[in-house]
Design a protein around this ligand. Structure first.
Ligand code: AR6
Length: 171
């Protein structure tokens, strides 16, 4: 698997699936969630209404609607409470479950935002480490992952951590 550190707006990427950092209602919000819903158009919200929400650490797929991406994988990151409330395991679960859902729908290229590091307050460096370690250690048919940073700090963390390819994933 190739892991790319990418900077920019995730809604503009031509990948099979973009991951959304949603909330458990799956009915939209601010940050990257708002950006994805705006770019995908109202059909995305319509489809999300039928999903019945999503637990923290889990992931569910919809179509991409007006996005270039064919699918959106909605995952719900943990709110940061200081690190002693299972945040790292829940964040790892978001990346792992998103890759499992990507396998179920047949997505081979997937773009992730920095889940939980905005409104939910997860420290960027710890979150970047969880992202890279979990993606590397999850068996998946996804062959191309883009770690998409909106800010310069996250981008340099990703460049530092994500150099090279994954030895543990199937080729
Ligand atoms: N492309 C890529 N990354 C982005 C974009 C974009 N267009 N916009 C923001 N980011 P956040 P969370 C980055 O707050 O912390 C929503 O209201 C942003 O800089 O979007 O998981 C949901 O509905 C940050 O690095 O998500 C939930 O209620 C990262 O995306 C709640 O926020 C995540 O920031 C989820 O909070």
């Amino acid at each position: 698997m190739e892991i790319h550190a990418t900077r920019g707006d995730i809604t503009q990427l031509s990948v099979d699936a973009v991951v959304n950092a949603a909330n458990s209602s799956l009915l939209g919000g601010g940050g990257v969630d708002g950006a994805i819903h705006r770019a995908a158009g109202p059909g995305l919200l319509e489809e999300c209404r039928g999903l019945g929400g999503c637990d923290t650490g889990d992931a569910k797929a919809t179509g991409g609607h007006d996005l270039a991406a064919r699918w959106v994988i909605h995952t719900v990151g943990p709110v940061w409470h200081g690190g002693n409330r299972g945040e790292a395991a829940l964040l790892a679960s978001c990346y792992r479950r998103s890759l499992e859902v990507a396998d179920e729908i047949g997505a081979r290229s997937v773009a992730f935002p920095a889940i939980s590091t905005g409104v939910y307050g997860y420290p960027r460096q710890e979150a970047a480490r969880v992202a890279v370690e979990t993606i590397r250690s999850t068996p998946t048919s996804v062959s191309e992952v883009h770690l998409v940073a909106f800010d310069a700090q996250t981008h340099s963390l990703y460049k530092e951590l994500a150099g090279g390819s994954s030895p543990s994933a199937p080729t």
